[in-house]
Design a protein around this ligand. Structure first.
Ligand code: ZN
Length: 311
């Protein structure tokens, strides 16, 4: 009998221990999660940037998935909730998320911590189109991307000073990687004959890229996809391509391909056969399957596609 009691006592004690252990680790997990800074952002580029700087101290939610066009994106009710629940909201700005400015404005007025990261850049570094509208595609200039990384690191350090050293050290490693990336792009672009360094795409996403790496850039649509491409635009661009005997034009992951296909037809009618050089990632990163799930991998992929088609 005594032996039996001992046995039950042991089993009971064992179960009790397990229960305590499980509940302890559960509450530890919840505590760790709730200590993480909750950041809601818009694009896949910004998600990657914030995750790289914030590491395991942050939880990043992005509203726009892969292949989503930020110029045309409208916030859903669920998005507004994700924005309202964040400790800080970080967005691209410079009218990139053109249809969401009201939402950001309202949240900021209600006292929400909001970082318009494009607005942290010196105006002299920006490309301005007609009517003083800045080109929002700043991420394709690796040096501007470094400045945005610095702005994000400063913001995270500001709201979470305890982890400032951690954020700053992540920033330093990332800057090193971005400088290696810049060297890679320069090396590859140099493989294209100078007369062929002309990049023709569906919309004007590569202005900063072209400026930094000395390419000429032409596109059917302007800096936003929020306008139909006119036949006059296509006709003028087709003349230009046929005249310069440009080897290839490029489609974009977040813009329908029919725009660039009608351009290709128009060039053919002028007696020049221009290839579609491949798909470029413009306003969104790619995914793991295509090895383009980070900013650095995406820029490398773009450059490889451009160089292979134009060299
Ligand atoms: Zn765009």
């Amino acid at each position: 009998m005594k032996e039996k009691l001992k046995y039950f006592g042991f089993i009971f004690g064992f179960i009790l221990c397990i229960t305590i252990l499980v509940s302890c680790s559960k509450s530890e997990n919840t505590a760790a999660d709730s200590q993480k800074l909750k950041i809601t952002t818009t694009t896949t580029m910004l998600k990657d940037l914030i995750q790289t700087i914030g590491g395991d101290k942050v939880e990043v939610i992005n509203l726009m998935g892969e292949g989503v066009d930020p110029h045309l994106y409208n916030a859903s009710a669920g998005d507004v909730e994700k924005l309202a629940n964040a400790d800080v909201i970080i967005y691209g700005g410079l009218h990139l998320e053109g249809k969401m400015s009201d939402v950001f404005g309202k949240l900021e007025n209600s006292g929400k911590d909001v970082l318009d990261v494009g607005n942290t850049l010196d105006k002299n570094l920006l490309i301005f189109q007609e009517e003083n509208i800045p080109d929002p595609h700043v991420w394709f200039d690796t040096n501007l991307w470094i400045l945005e990384a610095e702005a994000v690191a400063a913001k995270l350090s500001d709201i979470d000073p305890e982890n400032k050293d951690y954020y700053m050290s992540n920033l330093e490693s990332y800057k090193k990687e971005l400088s290696d990336l810049t060297e890679y792009v320069i090396r590859r672009i140099n493989e294209i004959p100078e007369s062929q360094r002309i990049l023709v795409t569906a919309h004007d996403a590569f202005g900063y890229f072209a400026k930094q790496f000395r390419l000429e850039v032409r596109s059917i649509q302007g800096i936003s996809t929020d306008s139909e491409a006119g036949t006059k635009d296509i006709s003028e661009l087709a003349d230009f391509i046929a005249e310069k005997k440009i080897k290839a034009v490029f489609i974009e992951s977040s813009v329908p391909r029919k725009t660039i296909e009608s351009l290709q037809e128009a060039v053919k009618a002028r007696g020049w056969d221009v290839k579609i050089g491949g798909e470029l990632y413009s306003d969104s990163l790619g995914d793991k399957e295509h090895n383009t799930n980070t900013y650095i991998k995406t820029v490398k992929k773009n450059v490889d596609v451009i160089v292979e088609a134009l060299k």
